[in-house]
Design a protein around this ligand. Structure first.
Ligand SMILES: *[C@@H]1O[C@H](CO)[C@@H](O)[C@H](O)[C@H]1NC(C)=O
Length: 503
């Protein structure tokens, strides 16, 4: 071979490498001899060559489903396809597909030690629009998991069992959490029941202090090993496990015989730090482990459903990944460019302005959202009514108490009191300053589902919208278990025209 032709060949190889997509997280785990055996993401492909289904959505209007794929091999999810399919109705995420080829898909979690809130005891499915983000400027949606929401696969293949080694990571919303049990992603019981210490090995994210804890007031990345959230070697506090304040957080847990680790970092920049690496907990049942190999998302191993959190992507591996492999995966996540985007759409609301909210349902469209004491209702209001009536039907727009990307609605005649949901009934209550109140009182307007005005979803339960039903306001889901969730008239009942306040 002449030197000329070998140069030419080197150039062709170089061009070929440039044309090859950047290695995805699961390509990197494979290079490290710890391949993904489950790969879940509603935001992007996790292999550079993956072009298959990322997730399935089901719409409320006709119960039809569609699969969302990446825009290109290894690319970002086609959010525009979801938006088109779900236009003018509601959508739920029904399946989060496994990209590893093993068929380890996540679907609606069945009842277990705890029963889910659906009529059949299953958990709720997540809204398809609760967690919009961008990846290098391309819109995509994460999985916003409210309390009661959960996904599971109790017949997964290739997951670690017994004391076998495994690793896992997840990209989560570091600002969406609570202290309930348990927002988890990872390995759990195949029976959906608590079968004892060491029968789980999952990432936990939240500020529960019922078991372990870390530095500060949380939230923390911990490991749910069953009957305990562990931040380190003991069931107590590990000061080396820091409170997390990143909007996007990479959480990693891995375990092998008498060795495990917690690592974490900012998904938008920088590397991973090790928060614990050492021997198994010094409590009976955790060494050796008795992993069962089911996969859970958003719930505990026994289907505990009190927690909330947001999941964007995550994988589980066969084998104990090296720190170097995880560091390369973190660099890939940073390069993917996670960023926030608007949580609202439709006619814009102006913070500080007083507004009225008029019903659009035919036969009721002279009624406005108002209150009588703590009851939030609808009333017929005109410019001829008394000032007292007009003030009852006027609301001051405030920056969302629980999320600054959305809004809260303060009563004009009762300053300091806001519309909030409580057991999915809307009430006018005084702001007690708590995180719970702020989240209950935060709503995200979007273009009206019936084409008029705005539909106003709950930030913390994005499957639920402000809805009038028998002239009372609820946080209602389309076809849920309560009478006020009825599908008939739902689209009209959740659409309100925003105008200037009466007072
Ligand atoms: C407002 O005035 C209209 C017209 O007089 C009346 O029908 C309606 O009941 C009044 N609204 C309330 C809440 O009293």
């Amino acid at each position: 071979m002449s030197s000329q032709s070998s140069i030419k060949r080197a150039c062709i190889i170089a061009v070929g490498l440039v044309a090859t997509a950047i290695a995805g997280p699961c390509d990197l785990y494979a290079s490290g001899d710890t391949p993904c055996i489950a790969a879940h993401s509603t935001t992007r492909a996790l292999y550079s060559a993956y072009t298959g289904n990322l997730y399935q959505v089901q719409r409320g209007s006709d119960s039809a489903t569609t699969n969302i794929t990446p825009l290109s091999a290894g690319g970002v999810a086609n959010a525009a396809a979801q938006d088109a399919f779900c236009a003018g109705t509601t959508c739920l995420i029904t399946i989060i597909y496994d990209q590893s080829g093993r068929g380890n898909h996540l679907t609606q979690a069945p009842p277990g030690g705890f029963s889910g809130p659906e009529a059949n005891g299953y958990d709720h499915l997540a809204s398809a629009i609760g967690a919009p983000i961008t990846l290098n400027g391309q819109k995509a949606y994460g999985v916003f998991s409210s309390p009661g929401t959960g996904y599971r696969n109790n017949a997964a293949s290739g997951t670690a069992t017994g004391d076998e080694p495994e690793g896992m990571y997840a990209v989560l919303d570091g600002t969406h959490y609570n202290g309930g049990c348990c927002f988890d992603y990872g390995n759990a019981e195949t029976s959906s029941h608590d079968t004892g210490n060491g029968h789980m090995e999952a990432i936990y994210f939240g500020d529960s202090t019922s078991w372990g804890s870390g530095a500060g007031s949380g939230p923390w990345i911990m490991a749910d090993l069953e009957n305990g959230l562990f931040s380190g070697v003991s069931a107590g506090n590990n000061a080396g496990d820091p409170s997390i304040s990143y909007r996007f957080v990479t959480a990693a847990v891995k375990g092998e015989p008498n060795q495990w680790a917690i690592r974490g970092g900012n998904s938008a920049s920088g590397g991973l730090s090790t928060f614990y690496s050492g021997v198994r907990p010094d409590v009976s049942g955790y060494n050796p482990m008795s992993k069962e190999g089911a996969i859970i998302l958003g719930i505990g191993g026994d289907n505990s459903i009190s927690a909330q959190g947001t999941f964007y992507e995550g994988v589980m591996t066969s084998g104990y990944p090296s720190d170097a492999t995880e560091n390369a995966v973190q660099a890939n996540i940073v390069a993917a460019g996670y960023a926030v985007t608007s949580l609202t759409s439709g006619p814009a609301l102006t913070v500080g302005s007083a507004i009225s909210l008029r019903v659009t349902t035919p036969g009721y469209n002279t009624r406005y959202i108002a209150h009588t004491g703590t009851t939030v209702n609808t009333q017929v209001v005109t410019s001829a009514n008394t000032t007292a009536i007009k003030e009852q039907a006027s609301w001051t727009v405030r920056t969302g108490l629980g999320n600054s990307g959305c809004f809260s609605f303060e009563s004009v005649d009762t300053p300091g009191s806001y519309i909030r949901h409580y057991n999915f009934v809307l009430l006018l209550n005084a702001n007690d300053g708590s995180k719970q109140f702020g989240e209950d009182a935060t709503f995200c307007p979007m273009a009206g589902l019936n084409g008029q005005g705005n539909s106003i979803r709950s930030w913390s339960y994005p499957t639920r919208f402000m809805r009038h039903y028998d002239n009372v306001l609820y946080a209602a889901s389309n076809g849920g278990t309560d009478t006020f969730d009825a599908t008939a008239s739902f689209i009209n009942d959740v659409s309100f025209v925003v105008s200037a306040g009466f007072a």
